[in-house]
Structures are given as C-alpha cells and as structure tokens.
Design a protein around this ligand. Structure first.
Ligand code: SIN
Length: 466
C-alpha cells in the first residue's frame, strides 16, 4: 500500500523542528528527552494531554534483570519462550542487555520505584512467564502513572515544545520520499487550532496501541491505532498485526461492558492469587508448570476454555488471603477500582475475564527503530521491533519503550548534522500538493511512495518480520 492521504484541509499553521515525536507515553517522551539532551530541537505532539496515553495505566511494572542472581540471559530465555518462537532474538538481546541501565536512567530522570525500607533495594515481583522476580513497580500497582509523571515533568523542565489535543493526520515527505514532518488536526485547545504541520527531518511514531478496535479492552480511549494507519498510508511496512494480546484478568463488569475495563494486574497472581472457577477449583494448576503464572496467552486460553466448559461468563481471581493491609499497600489502584464496582477483593473473589490488551505487532522496524520509510521511526506499542513475537512477556513493554527510544535517539544523533530543513527539500511543495488533492482520498502513487528497505541511514536491514 502506498501514499494514501486523508482528505484534510490545507495546513493553516506550521512549526519547524529537528525531530517531531508523535505520542507521549514512555517511548515518545524518552525519545524526546534523549534527542533534546543531544541538542536537537524537538516537538512532541499528542492526541489528548501529555499523560493521557496507555503508559499511565500500566500497573504491574517494568521487567529488567536487576535482582541478585538474575541475568539478561535468563530474561532473554523467558521472553523467547513467551514469544512462541517468533521473536527476533537479536532484538530481544538488545532489550534485555540494555534494559537494566535504561531503567537506571529512568530513575535518574526522576521515576520513584518501590524499594525495601531496610536495604533501599528496588522491590521486584513476578508476573506470567517470568521464572524470577524481576518486575520493578511503583506506588504498588501504579507503575505507569509514576513513570508518566516523572517523564512529563522532565519534558516540561527541559522546555521541550509540546502540542496537545493534536490528532496526527499524515506523514509529510520531501521530494526524495524521506519523512519531512506530519500534518495534524488540533482540536480546539491551546494556541494552535485546526489543521497544521510540524516539519522535521526525523519523525518518531510513538502513538501506542489499538485496543479500542475491540469491544472490551484495558486500553484508554486514545488507543485507536492512529500510528499504524498513518504508517500504512505513508507506505511503511507493518508486521504481526494479528498478534493482539488478551490480558487474562480484567475485571468482569457484565457481558455488555464496552470500552476501557479495569485491569487486575498479573502481579496479583505474582504475589500468590489463584484463578478459580465458581466451585473454587484451581483450573490452571496442572495445566502448565507455572500454573497461574504461565505466559499470558496460555492463561487467557485456560480461562476461556474453562468458561466454555462451564458455560460461564467469567472466572474468579481469589486473593482474599492477602488480607486488608496487603491489599491497601500493595494494590491500592486495583482495590479502589474493584470497590468502585461493588466488589471487595479482601472478602470475595474478583470476577475476571480476558480482554484486548496489547498489540504485539505494528510498524516494522529494525534494531534502531527505523521503519521502511527513510526518516520515519517507530517505538513503543505502535512498533514491531521483533521483541514480542507472538506473545509479549509481561512487563516487557515499558522496557521496550525505553530501550528502543534510546536507540532511536542515538540513531538520530548519529545521522550527522541536521539535514537541509524540510522546507528546503520539498516538504512545502508536498504539503501543498496534499492540500490540493484534498478533495478526495486518493492513492498517491507518485514520487513520495516509500520503496525499499533502507532506513534513514543505509546499511541496516529492518528486523526480520516474524
Ligand atoms: C499487568 O500489570 O498485568 C500488565 C503488565 C503488562 O501488560 O505487561
């Protein structure tokens, strides 16, 4: 597919930058911070407010080999097994070896993780598919909210330009077919309004996932697949879109519940909760050596199978044995969400069922986050780096966002002095042509079609599609 554009009015305003980052979760804000630290002029655009994406909803945490006795090699093994043989081992190796230091840099950026009061060491928990405790968490079960807070504060402190309430429309390309910015529609907030353009020599897609295409999902309302849609229209390759991960334990609110549903983190099982049916039978015990902590796809299928066998609409997660104090201290977010829906996990099992959670595939990239369109990068959930294969290992996504964001920033910095400004390389003409073509949604089969696998700098093949 090549060069399709949305039918949109001509941009009425424009901003110039070296790098435009689309999206403001862990991946987008990390790219922005690292590029700005390297001296680039960065603009972040985001569809709602800076902290409205998926990152702030992440509960369980961020996986990295930080604990005593743990190694990147063990993290690699667990990731490859969860990915069902379809991960890119090279990409996973980059993730697990660079992960621990990337987490330390996140801490330096201001994120506060839960630590042991005595030793000061980061507390680590387990989740599905991990053979070790390696999940760092914050605020008990509010890890994403803390990471988002820290990154948003750092971006503001660094003076990085941000444009909120800006729905990204299409990629701009220069005369050579290289990314040269994006068009946006700002929806009535802030100093800019209507359709505009940010022109830049590098465009980073960090737009998150697409859970909202399913009737029930853990994803917020902004997760509508905008980045994948833009990339497809621009002629970029995508991979593994069929690998949508369903989280096994989402609070069951009735068969007609739609949109974002409350997550009940795998960390609850990591701390010892059991999955049971209405008779209290632990159906995952014996189904897999890790029982309730088997990789996520296996647990989700186990729940669905038991539901079908019994004709039930949901199963239960039983963590009454945690007691009131542990619930309040370790899982305050989940406790509050359950109680808001009339369920008290301290005294009753939680009704749960699987719901759409994470897009393991996305815009295909190489190990440096480069897509098949020169100058266009992707990271975070919108990307398919090859790390997740058919099934993402729990809590690898925040880590992937961090590690590949840093790789992208390094690649942009290494690509040398700023290219001639987009306005001098044909982007202006391209913007105009797009506006003139705006009377219909036409396929643009002209020179701005991306072709060939070369990324922004030659010599690196994109990750093998999995
Ligand atoms: C969870 O807390 O269970 C979600 C973690 C993840 O999606 O990786």
């Amino acid at each position: 597919m090549t060069g399709i554009r949305l039918n949109a009015p001509r941009p009425g305003w424009s901003v110039d930058a070296d790098v435009v980052v689309v999206g403001s979760g862990v991946a987008g804000l990390t790219v922005a911070l690292r590029c700005a630290a390297a001296g680039a002029n960065v603009t972040v655009v985001t569809k709602a407010r800076l902290d409205d994406g998926s990152t702030r909803w992440a509960q369980g945490g961020i996986a990295a080999a930080l604990g005593e006795g743990d190694t990147p090699e063990q993290h690699l093994d667990d990731t490859l097994v969860a990915g069902a043989g379809l991960c890119s081992e090279e990409a996973v190796r980059a993730l697990v070896t660079e992960g621990p230091d990337a987490v330390r840099r996140l801490i330096d950026t201001g994120a506060l993780f839960d630590t042991d009061a005595g030793t000061g060491e980061i507390l680590l928990t387990r989740e599905g598919g991990h053979h070790r405790r390696r999940i760092a968490h914050a605020g008990g079960d509010a890890t994403g909210a803390e990471i988002s807070r820290a990154l948003v504060e750092a971006v503001r402190a660094a003076g990085i330009e941000t444009i909120e309430h800006a729905l990204v429309l299409d990629l701009l390309k220069d005369a050579d077919g290289r990314a040269a910015g994006v068009t946006l529609h700002v929806m009535g907030e802030g100093e800019r309004d209507g359709v505009g353009a940010v022109r830049a020599r590098a465009v980073v897609l960090a737009t998150g996932g697409m859970g909202q295409v399913f009737s029930a999902t853990t994803n917020p309302s902004v997760s509508t697949g905008d980045g994948v849609a833009l990339a497809l229209r621009a002629g970029a390759e995508v991979s593994d879109l069929e690998f949508v991960q369903f989280h096994p334990t989402v609070l069951w609110l009735g068969s007609d519940a739609e949109g974002q549903q409350p997550l009940v983190s795998e960390a609850v099982r990591g701390e010892g909760a059991h999955l049971v049916d209405a008779d209290g039978h632990r159906f995952m015990a014996g189904a897999h050596e890790l029982a309730e902590l088997a990789p996520r796809d296996i647990v989700a299928k186990g729940i669905m199978r038991r539901m079908q066998e019994l004709g039930a609409e949901h199963m239960y997660l039983d963590a009454r044995h945690f007691g009131a104090e542990m619930w309040a201290h370790r899982f305050p977010t989940i406790l509050a969400a359950c109680r808001a829906h009339g369920i008290d996990p301290v005294t009753e099992p939680i009704p749960v069922a699987p719901a759409a959670h994470y897009a393991s595939g996305g815009v295909r990239t190489d190990l440096h986050g480069r897509t098949t369109v020169p100058g266009l990068y992707a990271c975070g959930e919108v990307a398919c780096t090859g790390v997740h294969g058919a099934n993402r290992l729990a809590s690898n996504s925040l880590l992937e966002g961090l590690v590949f964001a840093e790789r992208i920033a390094a690649d942009i910095a290494a690509s040398g002095p700023a290219a001639p400004h987009a306005a001098d390389t044909g982007a202006e003409a391209d913007t105009g042509a797009e506006a003139e073509a705006g009377a219909g949604t036409e396929a643009d089969t002209g020179a701005d079609t991306a072709s060939g696998p070369a990324g922004p700098s030659a010599g690196h093949e994109p990750a093998t599609p999995t």
